[in-house]
Design a protein around this ligand. Structure first.
Ligand SMILES: [Zn+2]
Length: 273
């Protein structure tokens, strides 16, 4: 059996997205080598580190940002601006909308006791990495390809396409229209994924006000949704499903690592077949 290092695991994640540079929301927190068996989970806390040990794993791969990567999480939100501009939103509006989201998340994460899990991993001598945006970028491309390969006339066509992806088919949640109407024409649609987090109210509004008819997020907060509804924003908001989406990216990472000879233990992921 082959053995790899935490750096090689991170590189496998970047390769998945076709990226060279590690984004601010991904990091090798505790370095390690001679890794033969790794645990993969969406959210990793101290309990998962202990679990990894009892399952005989040499390393833990988390998806969501932890440690310093969670403090720096907001630094990847610039992709929201890129996507909005790509879809016709004026740059100034895109920057303003993203600034609101960035401030909200930066303020929240500033208060975090961000070192707890990484500290635990160090005490346990358990190599730990988290790979967030690269896995989400792979997921974004896979979903985009699936939508583009099907009909896109109505919002319901998009729902049908995404629902056919195994991880979404296996999910207990369904692809939902949270605002607007599934019988409406999809019109100009934008898949807003791999942007760190969903764009909430301010970014959906910017899209809707500049010619985008259907915005697709992985998930949305109820407070943001309520604002969209109260303002009767013109447009459709589709949410795909958080666990299904994250599973899609992490399953691909798992396959890649297994291809390198690593054994993986996936915790809580939806199956890819
Ligand atoms: Zn996620």
């Amino acid at each position: 059996m082959a053995s790899v290092s935490t750096e090689q695991i991170m590189k496998a994640g970047l390769d998945l997205a076709g990226w060279k540079k590690m984004p601010a929301d991904s990091m090798v927190h505790v370095r390690g080598r001679n890794i033969k068996k790794a645990m993969i989970a969406v959210d990793v806390g101290t309990a998962e580190l202990l679990m990894a040990r009892s399952l005989g794993c040499d390393a833990v791969i988390a998806h969501h940002p932890i440690g310093i990567a969670s403090v720096n999480f907001h630094k990847v939100f610039g992709r929201h601006v890129d996507y909005m501009v790509e879809h016709g939103v004026p740059r100034k509006t895109a920057l303003e909308a993203t600034k609101k989201l960035t401030e909200r998340v930066e303020t929240r994460n500033h208060a975090d006791i961000y070192s707890d899990v990484v500290g635990a991993a160090r005490a346990l001598k358990m190599p730990l990495v988290n790979i967030h945006q690269p896995c989400d970028e792979y997921m974004r491309k896979a979903i985009l390809e699936k939508i583009e390969s099907g009909k896109t006339q109505y919002v319901s066509d998009i729902i049908k396409s995404v629902s056919g992806i195994p991880e979404f088919r296996h999910a207990a949640t369904r692809v939902r229209v949270r605002h607007g109407d599934e019988d409406a024409r999809a019109g100009h649609w934008a898949l807003v994924i791999a942007t760190g987090t969903n764009g909430g109210y301010s970014i959906a509004k910017a899209y809707f006000q500049h010619g985008v008819d259907t915005v697709i997020y992985l998930h949305v907060d109820y407070g943001d949704l309520t604002k969209m509804r109260e303002e009767k924003l013109r447009g459709n908001l589709v949410v795909l499903g958080h666990l299904a989406g994250d599973s899609l990216g992490l399953n691909a990472l798992g396959d890649r690592l297994e291809g390198m000879g690593l054994e993986t233990v996936k915790i809580g992921l939806l199956p890819s077949k």
